[in-house]
Write a protein that binds this ligand. Structure first.
Ligand SMILES: [Cu+2]
Length: 146
């Protein structure tokens, strides 16, 4: 009888141990994921441009900045959503990179030289309004169709 009780006790003890281990692992994984997300900064600002070709030029310029995780320019809103690692780069570096590719941002005027070599369809109007907000929001799903 003692033997039975002992082995039951051992089984219970083993069960507890493995449960504890699993719980601990899960917690550790979650913590890592959360801190990864926390390091990312989301930023959104106006950038002038005309078409799909502008979109790829602007996004390429932003993505080429070390630390930028994603960039998505909205042709209708004339604005870009950027996600970046703030320990590697900052807002102005992204503005400058886009301006260097020929495009005006809210804070930095686009390089004239780069603008001149843009295809004709991309020679946007420098007076164009940018960073439209609000009403076009319902179209947000179109951001993901690439
Ligand atoms: Cu264009």
């Amino acid at each position: 009888m003692k033997k039975v009780i002992l082995s039951v006790a051992v089984i219970i003890a083993m069960g507890f141990t493995s449960c504890k281990n699993e719980t601990k692992k899960e917690t550790e994984t979650n913590t890592t994921e959360v801190s990864k997300e926390m390091a990312m900064t989301d930023l959104s600002f106006g950038v002038r441009g005309n078409c799909g070709l502008c979109k790829s030029t602007i996004e390429k310029a932003a993505n080429n900045v070390d630390g930028v995780a994603s960039a998505n320019w909205d042709k209708d809103k004339k604005k870009i959503d950027v996600s970046f690692d703030s320990s590697k780069t900052d807002e102005m570096a992204i503005h400058n990179a886009i301006a260097e590719s020929g495009y005006d941002t809210e804070k930095v005027a686009g390089s004239e030289k780069a603008y001149e070599s843009l295809p004709d369809c991309c020679k946007y109007d420098h007076d164009m309004e940018m960073n439209h907000s609000g009403d076009v929001k319902a179209d947000d799903h179109s951001d993901h169709d690439y």
